[in-house]
Design a protein around this ligand. Sequence first.
Ligand SMILES: [Fe+2]
Length: 170
Amino acid sequence: MSKHELFYLYDVPNHDEIKDKLLLYFDELTEKHNLCQNPSRNISSTDYFHLKGSPPYKPIILDNLVPIIIDKLLPVFYCKGIEFQGCWFQQYNKGSDFSYHNHPRSHFAGIYYIELPDSPTEFLGFDSPTVNEGQLLVFPSYLVHKSPVNNSDERKTVVAFNFSITFKEH
Ligand SMILES: [Fe+2]
């Protein structure tokens, strides 16, 4: 039996292929829905407050990230299926950040790092894992975490999502 870890880090094999497609979606959605307007949060653009549920780029996430979880994470827990519980994107220009929070009502959260100049995710009470652009980080949803201030001139972009694991196939 595989040892359980707190953080699971996976390379996304098709990162170079899907990165540009996803960024195009985010640009279009930002312009169409004015997603730069997040008065309560210091995030440069996110669809979290506007399009939560089934955004147009969701098939890319389901096709490229979920198989990684099914192949690599589920066997660790003797599980066979996942309940995908929504995804959203977040972009951070220089000076932007997202304060401490966690993700209730799911077993795990995933963060796919699409653009990562610096400022990887920080976890309260734990050493933050080293991550690189093109990687998927999975962790228990109760862990409190934040996106620290982006001090780089380059933009940071992630897709985050929640899921639970089940003994049934879906
Ligand atoms: Fe989060």
